[in-house]
Ligand binder design. Sequence first.
Ligand code: HEM
Ligand SMILES: [Ca+2]
Length: 299
Amino acid sequence: DLQLNYYSQSCPRAEEIVKEQVIKLYHKHGNTAVSWIRNLFHDCMVKSCDASILLDTTKEQKSEKTSQRNFGMRNFKYIETIKEALENECPNTVSCADIVVLSARDGVVMLGGPHIEMKTGRRDSKGSYLTEVENFIPNHNDSMSLVLSRFQSVGVDTEGTVALLGAHTVGRVHCVNIVNRLYPTVDPTLDPNYANYLKGRCPSPNPVLKAVEYARNDRVTPMVLDNVYYKNILSNKGLLIVDQQLVSDPTTYPFVEKFANDNGYFHSQFAKALIILSENSPISGDKGEIRKVCRHVNK
Ligand code: HEM
Ligand SMILES: [Ca+2]
């Protein structure tokens, strides 16, 4: 079972080592901290927090990273940097799944979010679940009722879902995920000045998939995990359809207002929901394994 400080006997400095590495990496590549938060969602949502997202494609199976829903995910190689630091001190002890969770926790702090107590003791999957990804991770233009039901299935309620989407207060979105709101006509729910900015970022209606054309999720404080996201969507400056729907849907709107008015309250609800997500069906006992390298299963 998961517990606080699971490694206190087997690797007393485990959490400290993860934090040191997250801080170091943040100072070299600030966007690593952003990636760690997205990693937690894309790993934990699909079956369990079991580091299945981290596995590379092999002869036997294709990586979850190849799913369209995981498009744009980056910095996986730096997970290995964290893992190597842990292996140096305590070989074969700390799971990649716990690295996913602890690095997200520390990434949140680097981006000015709350410190969140997270349990550890997860084990790593022995395979990936590419074909399952689309059953769990919603698309950027799915309906709010589908989004809410997906999160409900892992125990996150409506308020928690609205809080978790606040993660879109950091990072970027590639033009492929935006152009459907700009061309041939501008989505009427989009602020016209903001639409012009987005057209400047994404000048072509048919962007090349891998082109480095993207817009910041939040232009005001793009590297701070704050409630500006909610202020943006209240003024029709949501980037994705799913973001903007939080305002137009009457079940989510009250929470948008609450979070927009109170950053501390947003942080507390974000923390609560991230813990629930991080505890989604962990692998424990003698199932799974502790990977030696996060991108492939043990030989
Ligand atoms: C309905 C739920 C969600 C959908 C449909 C969704 C969709 C997306 C899309 C399409 C992108 C842009 C990818 C790209 O073009 O590069 C993105 C980025 C991001 N998402 Fe989500 N997301 C959802 C929920 C979440 C949650 C719950 C979190 C974390 C708690 C999260 C964290 C992030 C982060 C941090 C980025 C920026 C990544 C970067 O800059 O590298 N998302 N999301
Ligand atoms: Ca997973």
